[in-house]
Write a protein that binds this ligand. Structure first.
Ligand code: URA
Length: 442
């Protein structure tokens, strides 16, 4: 086989066979196919697309490019959760201790933030001493002992995706449906859980900006997971504004802890409970949605979920006093207001720009190697649908550098748009998709 011929075939709109895809991914992982040929292939895929069979073949080839975790040492039905990424998305921090407190074993591999989106691993490192690089043995022991462990994704899982993702990032080939679906699902299938719940974000802070594209992505991933033998569900949820009110690592940890104390914002808790319900149903820990919601609300109310979170922090070497007293977490030196430029209703927000403002403050990475300032970020006091008066505080910046804060202030101020008439707040859950079809668009 020659890579040249495969590029030509895809360029002309013909599907690649299972053998061809396996050969290509194997050769690329082993560095037998150069980046320039793979870049041409990625661009051809962006223009010509891939059919269902090709997307499945690509996913399985990338899954098999490295280790496939065997979680049989962990007792019970293991349910993983994955978000396609957004701004202010601290759902994992709230959701996983809730379901773990209800008996769902959580053995989760998470990533770091990149670009305008945040990552769970950075957030957990806000706790002094917290280790996300625990050994495989420790990981299994923690899940069996306390029901939850969240570790960093190891390089041995789906290495083909790691290489391809880095190439896509610099060749404008990230936002293609089959490439996104296979990238996410190869890692999830390699992580070894029995069931997977996906949170597919849509809106101007997400990769899939249009709702119909997000639904198609969710359906594709549910189909791939089902064909690979996993129990699957996906939600399409809103990212037309940041989730919750805090953006930035330690600020999001504080917001997550407040949510576990029963003080979460409506949009955050809508997302948490909708995902949690699917996790409990797939794990067989609830008979129906109502039962799932009742039990999740009860472990928040009686603080069992908060205690489970503290247990996980301690078991991974972190200082659990910081869970019960968030004043002990890193704090930025400056708190500066961003004021409204006009009277009116907030009609929309440039969500990705809020993430970029957080990066500008030092809270995000330009490259995977960049160091980040965990204490900086943005507290949103106004979101879409809120009425404001000119000069009123829209948001506070938490910063350690006045110059960076000046730039971030302009970005945040310009990310808000105003209208004269009342605007509906966006709904959080747009669709629920299960292996046997849509449960409904909301
Ligand atoms: N997240 C991933 O892991 N891969 C993509 O392609 C997009 C989002």
């Amino acid at each position: 086989m020659r890579m040249y011929d495969l590029i030509e075939k895809k360029k002309n709109g013909f599907p690649l066979s299972t053998d061809e895809i396996q050969w290509m991914i194997n050769g690329y992982t082993k560095e037998q196919i150069p980046d320039y040929q793979m870049s041409a292939m990625l661009m051809a895929i962006c223009f010509q697309g891939m059919n269902e069979q090709e997307t499945l073949d690509l996913t399985l080839a990338m899954r098999d490019s490295g280790e496939v975790l065997d979680l049989s040492a962990v007792h019970g039905i293991k349910v993983d959760k994955h978000s396609t990424g957004g701004v202010g998305d601290k759902t994992t921090l709230v959701l996983t201790p809730i379901v773990a407190a209800l008996g769902v074993p959580v053995a989760k591999m998470s990533g770091r933030g990149l670009g305008h989106t945040g990552g769970t691993i950075d957030k957990l490192e806000c706790f002094t001493g917290f280790r996300t690089d625990i050994s495989r043995k420790q990981f299994f022991e923690n899940v069996n002992a306390i029901g939850i462990a969240v570790a960093g994704q190891t390089a041995s899982l789906a290495p083909a995706d790691k290489k391809l993702y880095a190439l896509r990032d610099v060749t404008a080939t990230v936002a293609q449906m089959s490439l996104i679906a296979s990238s996410i699902m190869s890692k999830k299938l390699a992580s070894g859980s029995d069931a997977i719940v996906l949170d597919v974000k849509t809106g101007n802070g997400a990769f899939m900006q249009k709702k119909e594209d997000a639904v198609r992505l969710a359906e594709t991933m549910v189909k791939i997971g089902t064909m690979a033998g996993k129990k699957m569900a996906a939600l399409v949820t809103d990212m037309s504004q940041p989730l919750g009110n805090m953006v930035g690592n330690s600020l999001e940890v504080i917001e997550a802890i407040e949510a576990l104390r029963g003080n979460g914002s409506k949009d955050l808790m809508d997302d948490v409970y909708a995902l949690g319900a699917q996790m409990l149903l797939l794990a067989g820990c609830a008979g129906n949605e109502k039962e799932a919601y009742d039990s999740m609300q009860s472990v928040v109310k009686d603080k069992r979920a908060l205690d489970k979170f503290a247990e996980m922090v301690e078991a991974q070497g972190g200082d659990k006093r910081q869970v019960y007293d968030t004043d002990l977490l890193a704090k930025a030196k400056l708190k500066l207001p961003v004021n409204a430029k006009e009277d009116g209703y907030i009609s929309s927000m440039d969500t990705a720009d809020i993430g970029i403002a957080c990066m500008t403050l030092g809270g995000g990475r330009e490259t995977k190697e960049s160091a980040i300032d965990l204490s900086v970020g943005i507290e949103l006091k106004k979101k879409v649908g809120d009425q404001v008066k000119r000069g009123e505080v829209l948001a506070y910046l938490y910063a350690n550098d006045e110059k960076k804060a000046e730039t971030a202030r302009d970005i945040v101020a310009n990310a808000y748009h105003y209208g004269a008439s009342e605007v509906m707040k966006p709904q959080t859950i747009h669709a629920v998709i299960t292996a046997d079809g849509h449960l409904g668009k909301r």
